[in-house]
Design a protein around this ligand. Sequence first.
Ligand code: CTP
Length: 741
Amino acid sequence: MEIIVTHVNADFDSLASLVAARFLYPQAGLVFPGSCEKNVREYLETINHGLSLYSIRQIDLNGIKRVIIVDTNSSDRIEGFDSIFKSQPVIHIYDHHPGQDPKISPEVSVIKDRGATITILLDLIREKGISITPALATLFLLGIYEETGSFTFPTTTEFDLSAAAYLFSQQADLKTVNRFLAQTLSAIQLEVMADLIKSRRIHFLAHGGNVMLLKSFKDEYVSDLAVVIHKIMDMAGPQAVLAMVRMKDRTCVVGRSRVPEIDVGRILLPLGGGGHSSAAAATIKNINLKEVENKIIDSLDNRTEQSYANIKDLMEERLPYAIQELIKKTAETADQASYPCFVVGGLVRDILLGKTSFDLDIVVEGEGIDFARLLAEKVGGEVKKFAKFKTAVVTFPNGFNLDVATARTEHYPHPGALPEVKASSIREDLFRRDFTINALAIQINAAHYGDLIDFFGGREDLAKGLIRALHPDSFRDDPTRIFRVIRFKKRFGFEIEDGTESLMGKALADGMLDRITNQRIREELIQILSEGQPYLALEALQNRGILVRLHPELALSDNFGFLFHQIHDLLFHFRLIIGEEEIEPWLIYFLAMTEDMDFIHTEKFVSDLKFTRRQKNKILTARKRSRQIVELLTTSPEDLTPASIYRELQLVSTEALILVLARISLLPDKNLSEEAKKRVATYLVHLNRMKVMISGEDLKQMGLPPGPDYTQIMEAIFFARLDGKVLTKADELDYVKTYFR
Ligand code: CTP
């Protein structure tokens, strides 16, 4: 025997699904739970439905071979679950709620993203070519209406609308639906609604925000279009909607906006329409739907007609003077060549965040390489061209580099590959970028100086502290963005928007990391390790299982947080005393990060990542020598001469020394670490900078025959100097006379 069951407190969707499932399982008995919604009870009591519904008590529960569960997949919601499932029947599930109850292991599970379960079952019935009576069509329609809140709930899909339209064609009785529910749409309105939703696309506006564009084509007149548009607005939640419906010889356009920045009245003005900024309409004759759409897009894109942010003052306030000058020169060149020209990327983001930024990226709508040549002529700089990418770097006489790109779209031949580039507009150029906060631009041509170009809501996301991918393929196009999202999150203390989080999760699950070349992984790692507080991002990489994917032995040690803090403090100290340029901070953090890996693995990891020979040398030497250096720096002063310190320390890089000091500072004896720090400082500031004053010429004049001995003599003088035995040039000459003649 087999039965069909549904959840307790049955509603119209569960009742409709129960009845519909019977068409797929004609032998099954319908088990209706004791409890149901009030309107469902009224329906069952007042309508002559002719359904045979059983309660669980009326069923012989022994020997149930198969149970079909509809409109739920949770065992907790099924009345008498334990007794029904005692005989371990085969289970089939039909539902629109996501998730999976671990207590149930169904043989068939049809769970789809639909507003109502009946939509799923109706599709299956229709596939079988089964027709339904008007009474059943009415019940099914009740299910859809109720479960989608008359198509206003965000869960509503175009499939629910199509299903409802079909039910109308099967003579579903709207009066009955109305009797049990309020607020219904007519069949033609539903059809239009389904078409409109299917056609939807989002149009991004230059000054921020977006408009949903919808269209439909009908042979007959559709009344009360506005009601349909309202429902779509409630359901989809866009900032504004412009819907175009072609009816016979005319196109009706209805506009609705929730935000003052998008003035639909003004947008429809060029189409002969009118209304308020939040609600407007137009009727257009004699041109086809496509032409109407083009006119609307023209009107939306007409930047001069709209108000948008200008951030000229912020630029003056927040950009270093040298960058402002550079921008002015660039803008002059652009104006002379009549190229629209924009500052893009991180600098725009940082201006809005109130941070100083020195990375100037320029995009021109035109030939970037030609533009770079003109600019270089103007400022007397040099151009390096990358024809394949249509980009160029202009090096200014003061050594400053400016990246110039052609506004471009990129096509990625396969995930992780370098893009193929073709010229396009600034909007497309921005759209290919990673996150909304990085897809902002500022126009710099004199007539538009300071205009913020924000097609994708980047400014709003900056204000909300959200990192949001621009489009669903972002991580597939460029999986290095997985590293970037984590880097920016930690740098700015932002959150990753939910959709972006799941796109990233999917990219990781799909093995996108494996598509990134080792060189690009190295560059991303270096960037992360160059952040102010890299341990936050590293920890996030570890927690997401990314570090171990880079190398199976790569794991942060337990106290790496302390270690990284120590490095951070020491870096501050040593940069003050020896200067910025001499230290590469990322290298210290790299050494710290790989501390727990054995030498062989480190060597392989470093080779795989294709570090330069110099970097590789620094890393591996540090690994080989750090233990001896810790010992040396922590031995008592009597045993150490400056020369003996020098001999050992000069074998490793400054970065390695800072790591060693960080390690020592984690030891309980604070005096020890202070002493070690002094020794390293003395080495870096004095010993390492000492030079012998006499030259080979002096030795020759003293009558010493030139040859390999000279090196030995010079070395001996140098060590004597380190130990303070010689101070002047005369001392050095005496030293040679005493020991080498
Ligand atoms: N970009 C991207 N995808 C990448 C790398 C870069 O879309 N994988 C785009 C972003 O628009 C970014 C710009 O190129 O803003 C410049 O990249 P980059 O200089 O690497 O980053 P910034 O955003 O400037 O960040 P940072 O402050 O770390 O330099």
